[in-house]
Design a protein around this ligand. Structure first.
Ligand code: PLP
Ligand code: TYF
Length: 400
């Protein structure tokens, strides 16, 4: 009976927002969840999204069910955004794409496909990674283990450890990779390192599994942020790519994303797509239409596509500006001689500060700065006006 059900633990990231809401101190700052805020620290709806929504209203679009695989115009747009329109894998129809419930739901579909068609195969995930990855594979009953990624000594990439662990994984493992702007560390491989990663994955017959939650949001350029994925596509490899429009179009609550499976033939892609649909059907039957229409409209119209890119550059630019200001504030205030340059080397929404759990607790308890206990801060939730205050909090916490 229900009486026997025990309390589930809160989500370590979304739980931070709950704690933030309960704090009444005026100085409080929410750097927990990765959600973009304006300089006034308010949520931001992109102008191009409002424009697309107005257009949809004017047209009187209906609310009929979508097919199981989602909106055709969206699926076409999302694959083209990822690989580049006219890419051979698209022209040769080797990509099976279906609309998913944002990044999370798309990852979950791929996990279910792995569980069905690759029994016993292991997924390797980076240490650390986005916390939900473990939940997703656990719930899908897919075994996983970690590969080395973050090196606390340098607050950088443990590249040799990563390569060695990928090499030593059982042949035919799935290797989960963050396409760009690694969450939570903000540390990405260099283009040269990506080539070596592709080499070992190919040597060991592993199957890459990209999670692309920040395309365009890291560098400000959609193409640049897809370079890692395209490198693997160029090599004719088979792989997964989960996509999300939560961050780059600010569609967090619309739950819009996709799972793409790059196959070695058009025929295999048709079969894979049929199986993805079979997995989706008993889970949620068919996906929501609103976000899919927004993406299809924005990407499908040259003017709106241009406006989106400009707003994305603006958002990515604001994060880069506060990153620089935080660094400058730390350097000018900290008298210990500590090297803070790692902050500038990181990319995307997050910075991994190197603060441990006790120090992160000090950030929250003494300074009212809300962040995850792994030392991650979301720079998307930081304003220019708060950089100096944050620098004081970090220096105090580091040295206490
Ligand atoms: N993957 C990574 C690495 C993320 O950081 C996130 C969060 O934004 C997601 C996937 C999925 O988010 P959503 O389900 O909102 O698309
Ligand atoms: O890492 C983050 O902050 C984002 C947002 O269950 C997020 O990816 C966090 C937790 C979660 C879903 C999204």
């Amino acid at each position: 009976r229900f009486e026997g059900i025990t309390m589930a633990p809160p989500d370590p990231i979304l739980g931070v927002s709950e704690a933030f809401k309960a704090d009444t101190n005026e100085l409080k700052l929410n750097l927990g969840v990765g959600a973009y805020r304006t300089e006034e620290l308010q949520p931001y709806v992109l102008n191009v999204v409002k424009k697309a929504e107005n257009l949809m209203l004017e047209r009187g679009d209906n609310k009929e069910y979508l097919p199981i695989e989602g909106l055709a115009a969206f699926n076409k747009a999302t694959a083209e955004l990822l690989f580049g329109a006219g890419h051979p894998v698209i022209k040769e129809q080797k990509v099976a794409t279906i609309q998913g419930l944002s990044g999370t739901g798309s990852l979950r579909l791929a996990a279910a496909l792995i569980e069905r068609y690759f029994p016993g195969a292991k997924v390797l995930i980076s240490a650390p990674t986005w916390g939900n990855h473990k939940n997703i594979f656990n719930d899908a009953k897919v075994p996983w283990s970690e590969y080395r990624y973050y090196d606390p000594k340098t607050i950088g990439l443990d590249f040799n450890g990563m390569i060695q662990d990928i090499k030593e994984a059982p042949e035919g493992s799935f290797i989960l990779l963050h396409g760009c702007a690694h969450n939570p560390t903000g540390i990405d491989p260099t283009p040269e390192q990506w080539v070596k990663i592709a080499d070992v994955i190919q040597e060991k017959n592993h199957i890459p599994f990209f999670d692309v939650a920040y395309q365009g949001f890291a560098s400000g350029s959609l193409d640049e942020d897809a370079a890692s994925v395209r490198l693997f596509a160029e090599r004719g490899m088979e792989f997964f790519v989960a996509q999300s429009y939560s961050k780059n179009l600010g569609l967090y609550a619309e739950r819009i994303g996709a799972i793409n499976v790059v196959c070695s033939s058009a025929d295999a892609a048709i079969r894979v797509k049929s199986q993805l649909k079979r997995i989706a059907r008993p889970m949620y039957s068919n996906p929501p239409v609103h976000g899919a229409r927004i993406v299809a409209n924005v990407v499908g119209d040259a003017t709106m596509f241009g406006e989106w890119k400009a707003e994305m550059e603006m958002m990515a630019g604001r994060i880069k500006t506060v990153r620089q200001k935080l660094y400058d504030s730390l350097v000018s205030k900290d008298k210990s001689g500590k090297d803070w340059s790692f902050i500038l080397k990181q990319i995307g929404m997050f910075s991994f500060t190197g603060l441990n759990k006790a120090q992160s607790d000090n950030m929250t308890n003494k300074w009212h700065v809300y962040m995850t206990k792994d030392g991650r801060i979301s720079l998307a939730g930081l304003s220019m006006a708060k950089c100096e205050y944050l620098a004081d909090a970090i220096i105090d916490s580091y040295h206490n």
